[in-house]
Design a protein around this ligand. Structure first.
Ligand SMILES: Nc1nc(=O)c2c([nH]1)NC[C@@H]1CN(c3ccc(C(=O)N[C@@H](CCC(=O)O)C(=O)O)cc3)C=[N+]21
Ligand SMILES: [Mg+2]
Length: 287
């Protein structure tokens, strides 16, 4: 039976440290400011945004939610982002992705000031990560939350074979960079990969971000592997499940993240921690 990587518990532990940092800033008269920009009315997105808002308020942040109509143009959205770039009460900007089809996600991501990039998706920040120069640089929250699991549970990465399934700018690419920077041997698999199970069966560390419920079965996993499930899928009963068949794979893996209460809570925790870091870094710049 695998050890379950408890995202909820680890998130609570890291949140405590973040709150201490918020207190230190508060003693200097500084309040971290986070704006979350949401375009349209996607139900799942609104739920995440509400969760983020609740956590931000609990942390003592200045928290702004900007709900924008589905019909907003790319130019208008970029103008709003630029307004927050120069707003001194805002330290971190998150634009909920994906955006509607008529808006180019990349154009909007590039409009966010790299110094206020809550997600670490700006090409300057992602580039620094790939070059292993990501000190005082925001990093994508889901992959950095996954790295916190490895740290907290003393899971070694050096010299290990890691397979990341998914090549998005949000999860797969930054995850691969973090693992390679930690001296793992990394393979990035995706929808065009042939003989996928042959690869996954050799993985000491398996990170799955495909968006298909129960895509990974026990047969696809090496005995004793570390299995990280980034999936947020709905099963036939509309219940939240992951990309990994948890019940089966739990019996074979050494470590596994559940869904819910695994990677999800860690993503929000890292967003909160990153907002505080961005606030600290900018206060150091200002002197
Ligand atoms: N710019 C941007 N940054 C993001 O970080 C981002 C985004 N866009 N778009 C959508 C995805 C999705 N995402 C989640 C974060 C937390 C949970 C989460 O807290 N999940 C809980 C509970 C979920 C539930 O019960 O519904 C759990 O897994 O236990 C889920 C999903 C962030 N995303
Ligand atoms: Mg789009």
């Amino acid at each position: 039976m695998a050890t379950i990587l408890d995202g909820k518990a680890l998130a609570a532990e890291i949140d405590k440290n973040t709150m201490l940092e918020v207190q230190k800033l508060s003693d200097r008269g500084i309040t971290p400011g986070l704006v979350v920009i949401l375009v349209g009315h996607d139900e799942a997105s609104q739920l995440y945004v509400r969760n983020k808002e609740r956590r931000a308020k609990k942390m003592g942040f200045h928290s702004v939610i900007r709900n924008l109509p589905e019909t907003i143009t790319e130019t208008e959205l970029i103008q709003i982002v630029q307004k927050y770039n120069t707003d001194p009460t805002i330290n971190a900007i998150l634009v909920q992705l994906p955006l509607p089809a008529h808006i180019n996600d990349f154009h909007v991501t590039m409009a966010i000031s790299p110094q206020k990039d809550a997600d670490g998706f700006h090409p300057l920040n992602l580039g620094k990560l790939i070059l292993n120069q990501a000190n005082q640089t925001p990093v994508a929250c889901t992959p950095s939350g996954i790295m916190e699991f490895f740290k907290a549970y003393n899971i070694p990465l050096d010299g290990k074979r890691a397979v990341v399934i998914g090549r998005s700018a949000i999860v797969g690419k930054p995850m691969a960079a973090l693992l390679v920077n930690a001296n793992a041997t990394v393979t990035v698999a995706h929808s065009h990969t042939t003989n996928l199970s042959e690869l996954t069966r050799k993985a000491d560390i398996l990170v799955v971000a495909v968006g298909i419920a129960h895509f990974i079965k026990a047969d696809d996993v090496k005995p004793g592997a570390v299995v990280i499930d980034v999936g947020m899928d709905r099963d036939v009963q509309h219940k939240l499940v992951g990309d990994v068949d948890f019940k089966e794979v739990e019996k074979k893996a050494a470590y596994i993240t559940p869904v819910p209460r695994g990677v999800g809570p860690m993503t929000i925790t890292m967003l909160m921690a990153q907002t505080v870091s961005l606030t600290k870094w900018s206060s150091e710049q200002d002197g």
